[in-house]
Design a protein around this ligand. Structure first.
Ligand SMILES: *[C@@H]1O[C@H](CO)[C@@H](O)[C@H](O)[C@H]1NC(C)=O
Ligand SMILES: *[C@@H]1O[C@H](CO)[C@@H](O)[C@H](O)[C@H]1NC(C)=O
Ligand SMILES: *[C@@H]1O[C@H](CO)[C@@H](O)[C@H](O)[C@H]1NC(C)=O
Ligand SMILES: *[C@@H]1O[C@H](CO)[C@@H](O)[C@H](O)[C@H]1NC(C)=O
Ligand SMILES: *[C@@H]1O[C@H](CO)[C@@H](O)[C@H](O)[C@H]1NC(C)=O
Ligand SMILES: *[C@@H]1O[C@H](CO)[C@@H](O)[C@H](O)[C@H]1NC(C)=O
Length: 455
């Protein structure tokens, strides 16, 4: 039940206009670094995005070019060293090892996390401003600058820090998101978050000082899912046609993809870490990390993997299969299709041993090494504040959930649903067929024309 608590759907919006605010009130790039006490680590450069970035006099075109080249050529070699390959064939591991080496090369990594972050910040500045009770969310990007990296591209410095020079399997990156996906959302789009949600990000910044923190807004989620080329998941663009629940369900899929592509830790935004959640919970030698949910499944609201991990790969295959088999696109079974059950399936493919759902270390295919903590541990490490009352105004104390609803126009996904019918009914396969039928390249057109002519 835990994960379902944190899924919200949004519609409509009411907002109050008490002026512009920001999560980072200092000026220049030092405010967050100082507040987390990193001033004493000279090797680290902290870059703040959001409003501050584009005031820098920097040749964007030249910078982007450098980033892309570094990313295409060097990130891919880096990623390939962390995972040999993941494959759909039923060959055994030994057979695979003997087959064509090229088959093992993962595709070139085209999208850079740094680029995505910068585009999102730029996009925000151009189009949106946050008005209270919404606040601006900055990313925190940590780079390693030492003798080895002094002249390297930022991407390499970022990798060096995230992976601690290859000592770590899961990079020190935290991914957070909240999709607005609402045309009525007014100015509070993009990197604007409710101030009660922003509390969570401030906690992460404090408790995970060595992690880069990326907030993925609507823009960067859409960019990664729709505009990025996924050679390993050719079905993606098509199957997304059957995903009508553009918030919770989309984010289920997105969290698998973002970890598959970049690696790191994903946590639902309304989970707030306690002092018990330290960086040490995700040790450097593991490539998979999770707690347990109430059904001993890996916690889909909080899990971490290295890039290209078999568990996220298999979770994606499970998602494709279950979406394609969906009998009614207006009534998706989230938990089964894209949610915790999909991750469970990906996890159990990766860690075949019988005790894989127990607490402790687990060893799986491709030498996967995972750690799984208990449900009890999750409850100690993360609190969900959605049902706690907070002052709303002088006369009302409202739960966070209620304040979200009032301020964002948000409704929990279990209460939403009926509006999905507007988007069409029928099975995913019917829906795809209809969709393709409108495309001029679809050979089925001729079949349809012929069969209509025969009538
Ligand atoms: C990045 O890739 C280029 C081209 O393959 C290579 O010349 C360069 O040495 C690489 N840099 C690093 C840091 O690996
Ligand atoms: C956002 O705020 C800036 C600075 O106050 C202003 O120049 C800009 O026009 C605003 N943008 C929008 C879309 O309101
Ligand atoms: C962050 O990294 C520094 C340097 O590697 C280390 O001394 C410190 O213990 C780390 N902090 C945490 C919370 O792990
Ligand atoms: C697993 O690890 C062993 C020992 O480190 C290594 O010999 C083997 O090649 C690895 N297998 C795969 C599939 O990576
Ligand atoms: C507080 O909010 C509620 C609900 O919007 C409203 O009815 C009430 O008048 C507000 N109180 C004040 C003092 O603004
Ligand atoms: C809201 O909660 C606070 C703290 O529990 C309490 O002091 C205050 O009286 C409450 N206000 C209202 C309007 O209920």
């Amino acid at each position: 039940m835990k994960n379902s608590k944190s899924r919200l759907l949004r519609r409509g919006n009411k907002k109050t206009d008490n002026g512009i605010t920001s999560s980072c009130t200092g000026t220049g790039s030092s405010c967050d670094c100082n507040s987390i006490g990193m001033g004493t680590l000279p090797l680290i450069v902290c870059i703040l995005l959001g409003i501050h970035l584009f005031s820098e006099k920097r040749s964007m075109a030249g910078w982007m070019k450098g980033l892309q080249i570094a990313n295409m050529q060097n990130m891919s070699t880096f990623v390939s060293s962390s995972w040999g390959a993941v494959t759909t064939t039923s060959k055994t591991q030994d057979e695979l090892a003997k087959s064509d080496k090229n088959f093992y090369s993962p595709p070139l990594q085209k999208l850079s996390l740094l680029q995505l972050s910068r585009e999102s910040a730029q996009n925000h500045q151009q189009h949106h401003n946050c008005t209270w009770p919404f606040v601006l969310i900055d990313d925190r990007i940590l780079l390693q600058q030492d003798q080895d990296n002094a002249n390297k591209e930022e991407t390499d410095q970022f990798d060096a820090w995230s992976y601690q020079h290859n000592k770590r399997k899961i990079p020190r990156i935290l991914h957070l998101t909240w999709i607005h996906d609402d045309p009525h959302h007014g100015p509070n789009k993009g990197r604007c978050l409710h101030h009660l949600q922003a509390v969570s990000i401030q906690r992460w910044k404090k408790l995970f000082p060595n992690y880069s923190i990326f907030y993925h807004d609507d823009y960067s989620v859409a960019k990664m899912m729709q505009q990025e080329f996924w050679p390993e998941f050719p079905e993606l663009a098509k199957v997304l046609q059957c995903v009508k629940m553009r918030n919770a369900m989309l984010i289920d899929i997105w969290r698998q993809l973002v970890l598959y592509r970049f690696g790191g830790l994903y946590v639902d935004l309304d989970e707030i870490p306690t002092e018990q959640f330290t960086e040490d919970l995700i040790p450097q030698h593991v490539d998979f990390f999770s707690f347990s949910d109430d059904n001993t499944r890996p916690s889909q609201w909080c899990f971490a993997t290295s890039p290209g991990h078999p568990a996220t790969y298999h979770s994606m295959l499970t998602i494709f299969q279950r979406l394609l088999e969906m009998p009614d696109i207006s009534r998706p079974k989230l938990v089964l299709m894209t949610g915790p059950e999909a991750l469970k399936n990906g996890y159990s493919h990766t860690f075949p041993s019988k005790d894989r759902y127990n607490e402790g270390m687990h060893y799986g295919i491709f030498n996967a090494t995972g750690i799984k903590y208990t449900r009890k541990k999750a409850a100690v490490c993360l609190v969900n504040n959605r049902n706690d009352p907070f002052p709303y105004n002088a006369t009302h104390n409202w739960t966070v959930a209620k304040q979200y609803e009032a301020d964002l126009g948000a409704v929990h996904w279990t209460k939403a649903g009926s509006h999905l019918v507007d988007q069409g009914r029928g099975s995913c396969q019917q829906h795809l067929y209809e969709f393709e039928r409108r495309s001029s390249r679809f050979p089925g057109r001729e079949w349809i024309q012929q069969s209509q002519g025969r009538r």
